[in-house]
Design a protein around this ligand. Structure first.
Ligand SMILES: Cc1cc2nc3c(=O)[nH]c(=O)nc-3n(C[C@H](O)[C@H](O)[C@H](O)COP(=O)(O)OP(=O)(O)OC[C@H]3O[C@@H](n4cnc5c(N)ncnc54)[C@H](O)[C@@H]3O)c2cc1C
Length: 589
């Protein structure tokens, strides 16, 4: 194995979190920083235009499952099988990571998401908690994170309307959101017909519609770092593709231009990290030390990169996988409840009902995150006293731009047509641009059985065990989906739909239907080492020179998309590293 000269900091992963951490550390210190990214540099592709088949269907931007798959089982009695084609979630690969092909929806978590356990018990008592839940508070509150949310919105460039500005409730924004210190840096994006119809309808039903916040520009925008992006052209190629004009915030257009100018940072592509090397110290729980990482370079050679500080920023799945492979921390044992590594795997609940409307919607136009939502059934905004579930989510009518290969073929179920033949073809053409989706994004409650560990059977291209997910929906999700489905069908009819296809409901977790790429947990944070893998600064409890950043540290999912919270936590961790850790290495209290 080749050994390279040591670096001050090595960062594993070149996505939102990895590039942001490099930018922040390099802004305030002279530390040498190496970013190791398993994929390639991809920006040259973007200006040549987008192709639905390549990006949406063949998943051009995503992790290659023939080299690195994930295995899945629903419970301990099943044998896990590798997912050979990603469907329910789409992890990215290459400089910029998953944030290159994300949808740019940019909501903060509601304050009680950080204290889901104690707030639920406070309002309803222990008896209301779902069977075999593994909920716990984060150890950090919304108030502590608020300044970092605000910072991220300025830097990423978010369009939206505040609903709670320093405690003042404002119509048109989300009045149920936590207090905000600042307005969004840009006004909301335009509201196409379908979303506006939802806005007018839900308002007439007594709900509180608001403009969805999005990291897509509603006007030309220059962020505090001096990066300028043009206004969105609503071309409809956004989620699953990168942006052709840089209107959608991506790590490569917001962070990379700065990272590239910093001489202290080098990015190595084609570098797949296999292990974090470390010295264990049996006497002190915090006495372990990371020595650096080993990776396989583009030529296939194994390389050791020594480093004083290791930052693991490789998304929920790889973050958990690399700690398991490296033997860092105590793997969670679901039977005994002991151990922390791998616990609290959650995946945001998501589904839609199809509303068949009377006139064309021009759905080919749109931008990521453009649309209207209601949060009247989110979190604990509504009373669950007489309901058979806790928590909730947001109902929306988004106008993100849709393409024919991915969305053609929906017809009202009441027509009782097979999915082939002349009659179906005629109806599918008629309804192609008249079908609007009323969608839902909600919370999955952490469950004792849902977790990550190493697969005992299947291996990746390097010969290492695959990451195994044991994941299934529980009664709480099933009942919540049933309740929301009924509300959404009601809204669809109130919008004037002559037919509505309800969602069939949640049975087993399905890896073929796109759910979202909002997977949380595995290396969760906690105030004490017996409850989590990292502390609230995302510093590993056993190894003080190892930080793990990203949604793997979330103890539960929110209904909100995770990236604003991921970035807010990354800023907070970066500040702690710069202001405290690098001045006096050790555990941050
Ligand atoms: C289709 C889609 C839509 C989305 N829409 C939204 C949205 O609207 N709003 C929202 O908040 N979030 C959204 N997300 C999620 C969002 O993209 C992620 O939360 C975010 O990108 C996570 O950032 P990260 O830095 O933690 O991980 P990533 O962006 O995934 O970066 C991790 C990087 O690490 C690299 N890596 C992994 N393993 C290794 C290894 N062993 N060695 C070296 N490198 C490695 C990967 O190649 C990758 O580049 C969406 C995701 C997808 C796929």
């Amino acid at each position: 194995m080749k050994t390279l000269p040591s670096t001050d900091v090595v960062i594993i992963g070149g996505g939102w979190t990895g590039l942001l951490m490099a930018k922040e550390i390099s802004a305030h210190t002279s530390a040498s920083i190496v970013i190791l990214e398993r994929g390639r540099s991809r920006m040259a592709d973007y200006s040549s235009g987008m192709d639905e088949l390549d990006y949406f269907v063949r998943l051009h931007m995503m992790q290659d499952p023939s080299r690195e798959a994930i295995s899945l089982r629903h419970n301990d009695n099943e044998r896990a099988l590798p997912i050979r084609q990603f469907g329910a979630f789409l992890p990215g690969e290459g400089v910029g990571g998953t944030g290159e092909h994300w949808g740019a929806v940019y909501p903060r978590l509601l304050p009680d998401c950080f204290e889901m356990y104690s707030k639920t018990v406070e309002r309803y008592g222990e008896k209301k908690l779902p069977a075999d839940h593994s909920m716990q508070d984060w150890g950090i509150t919304y108030d502590e994170l608020e300044p970092y949310y605000a910072r991220s919105e300025q830097e990423v460039g978010v369009s939206g309307k505040a609903g709670n500005l320093k405690g003042k409730k404002i119509e048109g924004g989300n009045i149920f959101e936590g207090w905000r210190s600042t307005e969004y840096p840009m006004p909301p994006t335009i509201t196409p017909y379908f979303s506006d119809l939802f806005r007018v309808t839900t308002k007439s039903l007594g709900y509180h519609p608001y403009y969805n916040p999005t990291a897509v520009t509603s006007e030309e925008y220059t962020n505090p770092e001096g990066i300028t992006r043009p206004a969105c052209a609503f071309c409809g190629f956004c989620e699953r593709t990168p942006c052709m004009i840089n209107a959608k915030a991506q790590p490569t257009n917001v962070l990379l231009p700065i990272v590239r100018q910093r001489k202290s940072i080098s990015i190595r592509t084609g570098a797949t990290v296999r292990r974090i090397l470390h010295d264990k110290n049996g006497k002190s729980p915090n006495g372990g030390k990371a020595r650096g990482v080993t990776y396989v370079d583009e030529s296939g050679e194994e390389v050791f990169q020594p480093a004083d500080l290791v930052v693991l920023a490789s998304y929920t799945l790889s973050n958990t996988h690399l700690l398991l492979l490296s033997g860092i921390g105590t793997p969670y044992d679901a039977a005994t409840g002991k151990g922390t590594l791998g616990r609290n795997l959650t995946h945001q609940v998501s589904f839609g009902v199809q509303a068949f409307l009377q006139k064309p919607l021009n759905k080919f136009m749109g931008g990521g995150g453009t649309g209207i939502r209601i949060a009247d059934f989110d979190a604990d905004v509504f009373d669950h006293g007489n309901l058979p579930f806790i928590r909730g989510g947001m109902i929306a009518a988004m106008s993100v731009g849709t393409q024919p290969l991915s969305t053609f073929g929906n017809v009202p179920r009441s027509m009782k047509l097979p999915r082939w033949g002349a009659a179906w073809k005629k109806a599918a053409i008629e309804y192609f641009d008249r079908t609007g989706v009323v969608s839902f994004a909600g919370e999955q409650i952490p469950h004792k059985g849902n977790r990550f560990d190493l697969d005992p059977t299947y291996k990746n291209a390097a010969g290492d065990p695959l990451l195994r997910m044991t994941q299934n929906w529980q009664d709480n999700e099933r009942k919540m989906v049933e309740f929301m489905n009924a509300k959404m069908v009601e809204i669809g009819h109130a919008m004037g739909a002559k037919d509505v296809n309800p969602f069939p409901g949640y049975e087993n977790y399905d890896v073929t239907r796109y759910q979202s790429t909002h997977i949380q947990g595995g290396t969760i944070m906690a105030r004490t080492p017996d409850r989590g893998v990292v502390n609230t600064y995302q510093q590993h409890w056993d190894i003080s020179n190892l930080f793990v950043i990203g949604a793997s540290t979330f103890p539960n999912s929110g209904s909100s998309n995770p990236t604003p919270t991921i970035l807010a936590l990354t800023y907070r961790t970066a500040d702690a590293i710069v202001d405290r850790y690098l001045k006096q290495p050790g555990m941050l209290g």
